[in-house]
Design a protein around this ligand. Structure first.
Ligand SMILES: [Cu+2]
Length: 297
């Protein structure tokens, strides 16, 4: 019963977040036109999503129709690289905690959506070749994209889209190597939070609202994606995620210099911000210090 309640709360809370691309080329927006909306969903380890999208500001409204958490993480491939190469190289990097392929740019996209939940991300799309992938791992540590949860799409030029304005932020979170700078004025209520990658490495952001009695050390211990692959992992099996914290929003990984606008409604309580990325040394960003507790009043 408690588990069901937690899942419902999780599904409600996880309705996320607008995002966008790098800062340079969209500053001159003079129109109030809304971003175009693209609906996509995931079920049974497969994406249902369009093959082509116009360049410019775009809201991705992602619905999770599966039984596990899913992402619609966007990656951009360098010219000449193929989707089978991506799937093979990235899955191998995850399996070995190795360096991620240099010819893949992390481009954001909808973050974790709970089963039956949604995640909305608005971001600026540049023309090019992209792939949606779900990097969530199953209980054996295999990423969903290795089981078929990936889909390529092409972004083509659309000059009219440059008239669409960027979202207006009420607050800011900076992602660095390896820490967060969270706006101390953040209070409960509705926010549009600008998330900026001010570091060198790609970073993501996952916000967990702590369950009563749980601490940042519980999150550090059980949400560490790399420790789980090593011999120093805890002896017991991990507890259900919802027994530790409720996912309260987040963004999929963005490369250095990118910014994301995240709309979310914060309720009073204790939160933990974590980055689930892996550093070139095979350690998680959490192990490098990219985990921080903060209170919302
Ligand atoms: Cu990070």
């Amino acid at each position: 019963m408690m588990k069901q309640v937690a899942r419902v709360v999780q599904a409600v809370c996880i309705a996320l977040l607008p995002a966008c691309g790098p800062g340079e080329e969209k500053a001159e927006a003079s129109s109030t036109a809304a971003p175009s909306v693209v609906m996509l969903s995931s079920a049974n380890d497969a994406f249902d999503a369009p093959d082509t999208i116009a360049a410019g500001w775009t809201s991705f409204q992602f619905t999770n129709k599966g039984n596990d958490i899913h992402y619609a993480h966007i990656v951009r491939l360098d010219s000449g690289r193929t989707v089978p190469e991506l799937v093979a190289a990235y899955a191998e990097a995850i399996r070995t905690s190795g360096p991620r392929p240099k010819w893949v740019t992390r481009f954001g996209g909808p973050g974790g959506a709970a089963p039956g939940g949604t995640a909305t991300v608005t971001q600026f799309l540049e023309p090019g070749s992209y792939v949606w992938i779900c990097p969530i791992e199953d209980e054996q540590g295999n990423p969903h994209f290795g089981k078929g949860e990936h889909k390529p799409f092409v972004v083509h030029g659309a000059p009219a889209q440059t008239q669409v304005a960027a979202p207006t932020a009420t607050s800011e979170v900076r992602l660095m190597d390896f820490s967060f700078a969270i706006d101390s004025t953040l209070r409960s209520g509705a926010h549009t939070i600008r998330v900026v990658n001010a570091g060198v490495e790609p970073h993501d952001l996952v916000l967990m609202k702590l369950v009563e009695g749980k601490t940042i050390d519980d999150i550090r211990r059980w949400m560490n994606p790399e420790q789980a692959r090593r011999s120093d992992r805890p002896a017991e099996p991990p507890p259900p995620l919802e027994s530790l914290g409720i996912p309260a929003g987040g963004i999929a990984a963005i490369a250095s210099g990118y910014e994301v606008f995240m709309d979310l409604d914060l309720t009073p309580g204790d939160y933990v911000a974590v980055c689930m990325a892996t550093a070139p040394d095979g350690r998680s960003h959490i192990e490098h210090g990219m985990i921080q507790q903060f209170r919302i009043n």
